[in-house]
Design a binder for this molecule. Structure first.
Ligand code: NAP
Length: 489
């Protein structure tokens, strides 16, 4: 039997979109178009260019297994180097030519047989499969602080860094103490005349040194590519061992907590140490990694503001205790709307079912990749995907392989459309909910990991379980349909 060739559209050419396109291509599926609203690949790595941006997953693990890079400069590489890696991979692996840059998918509708994809600046296209690869940390969250527009100096979000603003000798306010705020403060301390960090919630900080790789290491990795594979597996084993601490109480939690507490003790001033001490279990919020943060916070020219922000006036930030903190520049390191996923893109599935309605009670998915009522539609890094401190490159790879396996079955005429059943999705979501009480995310903090109605936004089991689930889908959980007489040969 001659296999049929599908037409596939991928929305987004960030890390996960590139990953899926390459895996599809390596499986002989060539008719793939990536729609990218920007003019370069890379997604979050393209958009984030703030000073100090570093991936806190080791580079030898935060990379594709099919395109390892022997030339990483550091254990944890800077953002620009990671962005260049994704550009190089997309070009080297022949994906670049399939990307329609400057073309944002605005809507996608299932017409009973195929997906009709509408994108700004492109003709309507009908495809057999639609893959959403629009990222999680994508839409900057601008806090609703009264008077922000009245501030006379520059104000920008960390993901929209304004490189034209010279910070030397000025007074800088950083709002937010997530990974971004901590990286910013660590790098920028000493550049502005005064740096004020506005902290709403203190963070646990795990100290991690970031050594540079020697030239000899790079030469050796280039000569012996198997070293990259060994390093990848070693980091994977280590991460998976510690990841257990996220989802089950155990020695991992105690070990990480001990390291964080020891790090905190390096803050000499008891008052500052108290102000930097979180009131929840380490790892409840995403663990922040930094070796230099507490050193930066102890500088004379760095100030920690713990009073809540009341409003912004033209000269600076006024806190609830009535103090005006006069500043020249405000940086909002306030995170992202992690619950938006592919929205504002409109997705309309079978019988006119709108994603907005399907997600009225919050985003949810079957096995992190699919949705009932949305045939031949798959998500990368969709709801409940393992994120936290686990490398999303690995998650995108296993999700892409799962999708390719479905497309291969379609090529063999096993079905025309596939979607998970509603009952399987409900049972899957119930399993996720019952796992939550054991996780560290429910030990007394607030974070975007917690969805509505007790449903976790992230994966509450081990990464290995996620991989195994996607590698062996149970057919009973899916509805396979034939929509027209199949032209079998
Ligand atoms: P984030 O973790 O969501 O942190 C946002 C910070 O802004 C929090 O401290 C939050 O306080 C604060 N905030 C939000 N609204 C505020 C308001 N109205 N007033 C005062 N403070 C406010 O954001 P992020 O640091 O940008 O990180 C986002 C995600 O990016 C992280 O989960 C992480 O996965 C990823 N990231 C990864 C790396 C890496 O190296 N791999 C680097 C940077 C970021 P509360 O805690 O009180 O809400």
């Amino acid at each position: 039997m001659v296999k049929r060739q599908p037409k596939v559209a991928i929305a987004g050419a960030g890390m996960s979109g590139i990953c899926a396109a390459i895996i599809l291509q390596r499986s002989g599926i060539d008719d793939v178009t990536l729609y990218e609203k920007a003019h370069e690949v890379g997604g979050t790595w393209r958009e984030n260019t703030y000073p100090g941006l570093t991936c806190d997953v080791p580079s030898r693990f935060y990379q594709f297994t099919f395109a390892t890079n022997p030339d990483w400069s550091q254990l944890f590489s800077p953002g620009g180097e990671i962005q260049q890696y994704f550009v190089d991979v997309a070009q080297r692996m022949g994906i670049y030519d399939r990307i329609r840059f400057g073309t944002e998918v605005t809507s996608a509708r299932f017409d009973g047989q195929k997906w009709v994809v509408c994108a700004r600046g492109a003709d309507e296209s009908r495809v057999d499969f639609l893959i959403s690869a629009t990222g999680v940390l994508h839409h900057p969250k601008i806090p609703d602080i009264c008077g922000l527009d009245n501030f006379t100096g520059p104000v920008f979000h960390s993901a929209r860094w304004d490189h034209s603003v010279d910070l030397h000798g000025r007074r800088l306010a950083v709002v937010g103490t997530g990974s971004t705020g901590v990286q910013l403060v660590t790098r920028l301390a000493g550049t502005p005349a005064q740096l004020s960090l506005f902290q709403r919630t203190a963070q646990w900080v795990l100290p991690l040194p970031n050594p540079r790789y020697r030239q000899l290491t790079r030469i050796t990795h280039r000569a012996f590519p198997w070293l990259d594979r060994v390093a990848y597996r070693a980091y994977q084993a280590a991460f998976e061992t510690f990841a257990v601490g996220l989802t089950k109480p155990g020695w991992q939690r105690r070990f990480v907590a001990a390291l964080c507490r020891a790090n905190l003790r390096t803050v000499r001033d008891p008052q500052l140490r108290k102000a930097l001490t979180p009131d929840y279990t380490p790892m409840c919020k995403r663990l922040v990694m930094s070796s230099g943060f507490y050193r930066a916070m102890q500088r004379e020219d760095v100030e920690l503001v713990t009073a809540a922000i009341d409003h912004v006036e033209p000269r600076g930030i006024v806190t609830k205790d009535g103090v005006l903190h006069e500043v020249d520049v405000i940086v909002l390191a306030t995170g992202f709307d992690a619950h938006a996923y592919m929205r504002p893109m409109q997705v309309i599935g079978r019988d006119g079912l709108r994603l907005e309605d399907a997600w009225r009670d919050g985003p949810h998915a079957f096995e992190t990749v699919a949705m009932p009522g949305f045939p031949n539609f798959f998500m990368l890094l969709g709801p409940h995907s393992p994120v936290g401190n686990f490398p999303l490159t690995a998650v995108a790879e296993s999700q892409s392989r799962h999708i390719v396996n479905w497309i291969r079955r379609w090529q063999r005429y096993e079905f025309d459309t596939v979607e998970p059943t509603r009952s399987a999705t409900e049972a899957f979501n119930a399993t996720l909910t019952t796992a939550m009480p054991d996780t560290v995310w429910t030990t007394g903090c607030d974070s975007w990991y917690l969805g509505k109605n007790g449903l976790p936004e992230v994966w509450p089991f081990t990464p290995a379980r996620h991989r195994a689930m996607l590698a062996r889908p149970k057919l009973d959980n899916y509805e396979l349909r034939t929509v027209a007489p199949l032209a079998q040969q």
